[in-house]
Write a protein that binds this ligand. Sequence first.
Ligand code: PRT
Ligand code: MG
Length: 220
Amino acid sequence: MTIATPVTIALSKGRIFEETVPLLAAAGIAVTEDVEKSRKLIFDTNQPHVRVVLVRASDVPVYVQYGGADLGVSGLDSLIEHGGQGLYQPLDLQIARCRVSVAVRNGFDYAHAVKQGARLRIATKYPEIARHFFAKKGVHVDMVKLYGSMELAPLTGMADAIVDLVSTGNTLKANDLVEVEPIMDISSRLVVNQASLKLKQAPLRHIIDAFAQAVAAKNN
Ligand code: PRT
Ligand code: MG
């Protein structure tokens, strides 16, 4: 199918872009430039009316919410922190998988710290996920919001623990940290602007259906 209505897709550079390329291909969409090498933020595709915009991973839900993009691919972590307002979330794409976990400095007695009911200082880029998790456990936490290099916080004594994404565990190991409690599994979701879905039904349905079929085919 040729897409005749203008459609803007928000992606982030790196793993999400890479793992979305095959899904776009299933919908007949190919980005025609080398995104990783370019400094541009807007990219044409083989479909004259479809373009891809590159934004920070945590900004994908924001662009889609406010109509800067009609649809996008966002990690569940970013989506939870955003809140999901104004977003239709039709599909778990099962890409960019990882988990959110609690990690502490090697030797720190986490079980004891949590049992005591004493306040725990948590450094994280994911305060919503962390707050909800510790509230459910009945543990009081002081949250320190960071934007990166969370691993440093326990090593410098700034925090007792971090809440961060873990994939292989190599980053934690390299920094003498240990994963003490998994919080949730993460994968990326297709997010769609709710107004766009009504106004641009045919092209968006086509993309959603093609993505759904590609995900199903890959996991069978
Ligand atoms: O980098 P930036 O601040 O722009 O944003 P971002 O870090 O959110 O973007 P990006 O592209 O790094 O990640 C996009 C999405 O990929 C995240 O929102 C997750 O949903 C998903 N994802 C999957 C991951 C990982 N795996 C992952 N391993 N995102 C980040 N990591 C980092 C993690 O934060 C830690 O620093 O990789 C490190 C841990 O990896 P291991 O393999 O050493 O355990
Ligand atoms: Mg990153």
